[in-house]
Design a protein around this ligand. Structure first.
Ligand code: B1M
Length: 209
């Protein structure tokens, strides 16, 4: 079996221990980091579909996520570049009530490689914590809020509104995550939206320039 398929299946099965070695072997075989990332994202779609169908449960979903995170660690040096200019600090996190962080971490990685210093607030970030982080960290030029659940879309709205109402200035807000759309981003007053990690980095640069 081609190594890329082995990566895909091993992520689906949550084989955290063997995924890093398989990803490295697939790179050595000539697969690109982008191809391998896409394979792992596809695995997560399969996992999501199996969860929806009641074929697997939260623990299996969690193991698959851990396996993907391990694979992404190996890919990181191949996905990111060396940015020469500093575009300021980006505060990133996943909104309140939401524990999904793989997408947020990928977005953070790509925004960092576009030239931002990163402050990662983690997951389940309450609206007030975004404001504190902007105050505490100098030169914040970008705030990046991720949300993966339809049930946490209101938390995304609350985060954006709380940040805007804080009166703090000098930064733009970008939002994204599977259920988020450009229309929703407009509706909640975000400055930008991106559908994936690559476009988030492009949008981030556009917003602060
Ligand atoms: Co959850 N989960 N999950 N889950 N989970 C989904 C999202 C779901 C679609 C699965 C399904 O039912 N098919 C579903 C949501 C349904 C909905 O809201 N309509 C779901 C559910 C229901 C749940 C629970 C409620 C399950 C339960 O407990 N009954 C629960 C909620 C917990 C909580 O957050 N409070 C839950 C829990 C979990 C785990 C903890 C087990 C685990 C997450 C572990 C972790 O992240 N460390 C998990 C996982 C792994 C998934 C799936 C399978 C994979 C998510 C993922 O990492 N995808 C997911 C199914 C799926 O996505 N198909 C699912 C890969 C990742 C690279 O993609 O995160 O979409 P994504 O990020 C992309 C883009 O969205 C975008 O760029 C990224 C990279 O290209 N993006 C941004 C993301 N953030 C961005 C920010 C930006 C711009 C772009 O700007 C700032």
């Amino acid at each position: 079996m081609a190594k890329v398929n082995e990566v895909k299946i091993s992520v689906e099965m949550g084989k955290t221990k063997i995924v890093p070695g398989l990803v490295q072997a697939a790179l050595d075989e000539g697969n690109t980091a982008k191809e391998l990332l896409q394979a792992m994202v596809d695995s997560m779609s399969v996992v999501g579909d199996k969860f929806s169908a009641g074929e697997i449960y939260v623990p299996e979903m969690l193991l698959a996520a851990k396996a993907m995170a391990k694979g992404v660690e190996v890919l990181k040096p191949h996905l990111t570049g060396d940015a020469s200019a500093s575009l300021g600090t980006c505060v990133i996190g996943t909104v309140a009530g939401d524990l999904h962080d793989i997408g947020k971490n990928l977005v953070g990685m790509m925004i960092e490689s576009a030239g931002f210093d990163m402050v990662d607030l983690g997951v389940d970030v309450p609206a007030s914590k975004w404001v504190e982080a902007i105050k505490e960290n100098g030169n914040v030029t970008l705030v990046a809020c991720s949300g993966l659940l339809t049930t946490t879309m209101p938390a995304l709205k609350e985060a954006v509104q709380t940040i805007k109402e804080s009166g703090l200035t000098g930064f733009k807000i970008i939002v994204g995550g599977a259920p988020v759309t450009q229309a929703y981003a407009n509706e909640i007053g975000a400055d930008g939206y991106a559908g994936d990690a690559g476009s988030a980095a492009i949008k981030a640069k556009e917003l602060v320039n």
